[in-house]
Design a protein around this ligand. Structure first.
Ligand code: G1P
Length: 276
């Protein structure tokens, strides 16, 4: 049973400037809930209770969000408005939240390695909150968990993307071993379209076995001069220890304005229905 989920949240969110000048991009609301809460709810739905953040300067609002706000809560206590805090209160009650800071931005692989102090020697989930995912029946992290339970190795979520977009993602290739499950033999970070091994792109959901930390320590900077998790996973893939899962559901790239607006429209429809 995997109990820990790591959220790398130190990135700047430059695509959303000026909104993200003094506010973490993870706190941008999709309708009335910050992006990061969708991710933590997905981890919680997958049974994870120890939430670990690799954070950075200007990200304090995330810590405050997963804590009690005494004055506000006292003000609205006993009123209808209190219901709006129900979901986040449930998370705060069930989970613990730990934080460590990534002092320098040296890539996603470096961010995950920074989280080792919070994870230790056990398998763990990773959620990139920018990728907002809606699972068809179960959440995407729950789907990855089921794959991990069976294969006991690292698992990445993948989806097909148009050929002209593969250069935005880690891309995998390998052999399908079950419906929707591929044993990965090759993976490349952000390849040019004509060099991509497939059009199956990694989206921001991973389950990683803890040997990934030792591999990351030895991983030289790759694409963009940054330590890439994709490069470290390739070392595991070469031993047959990475499964790619074509998840059932939908994913919104909330790191882009278009994806953010699409997610907002999707959740606004749901919001309208719940408002009667
Ligand atoms: C990161 C990973 C990439 C993955 C992507 C998913 O890239 O490096 O392999 O496909 O997340 O969103 P980033 O979007 O941080 O550039």
């Amino acid at each position: 049973m995997i109990n820990k989920c790591l959220f790398p949240v130190a990135g700047y969110g430059t695509r959303f400037l000026p909104a993200t000048k003094a506010m973490p991009k993870e706190m941008l609301p999709v309708v009335n809930k910050p992006l990061i809460q969708y991710g933590v709810e997905e981890a919680h739905d997958a049974g994870m209770r120890r939430i670990a953040f690799v954070t950075g300067r200007t990200k304090r609002a995330i810590e405050d969000h997963f804590d009690i706000t005494y004055e506000l809560e006292d003000q609205i206590s006993g009123t209808a408005k209190e219901d709006r805090l129900g979901e986040v209160r449930a998370l705060i009650k069930d989970c613990t939240f730990s934080y460590t800071r990534q002092i320098e931005m040296k890539g996603l692989g470096h961010a995950i390695l920074t989280g080792e102090t919070l994870i230790g020697n056990e398998a763990f989930g990773v959620i990139l909150a920018d990728d907002l995912c809606v699972g068809t029946s179960a959440g995407v992290m729950s789907q990855l968990m089921a794959v991990y339970d069976k294969y006991q190795c690292s698992v990445v979520a993948v989806e097909k993307v148009p050929a002209q977009e593969v250069d935005k993602y880690g891309v995998v290739a390998g052999e399908f071993i079950e419906e929707g499950l591929m044993r990965v033999s090759d993976m490349v970070e952000k390849p040019p379209a004509d060099q991509a091994p497939s059009n199956l792109a990694i989206i921001g959901r991973y389950i990683l076995t803890p040997d990934i930390f030792a591999i990351l320590r030895e991983t030289a900077p790759g694409k963009g001069g940054e330590v890439q998790i994709t490069d470290a996973l390739l070392a595991q893939a070469r031993q047959g220890k990475v499964i790619a899962c074509r998840f059932a559901g939908q994913r919104f790239d909330c790191g882009s304005v278009d994806g953010f607006v699409a997610a907002t429209n999707y959740f606004y429809d749901i919001y309208k229905k719940t408002q009667g």
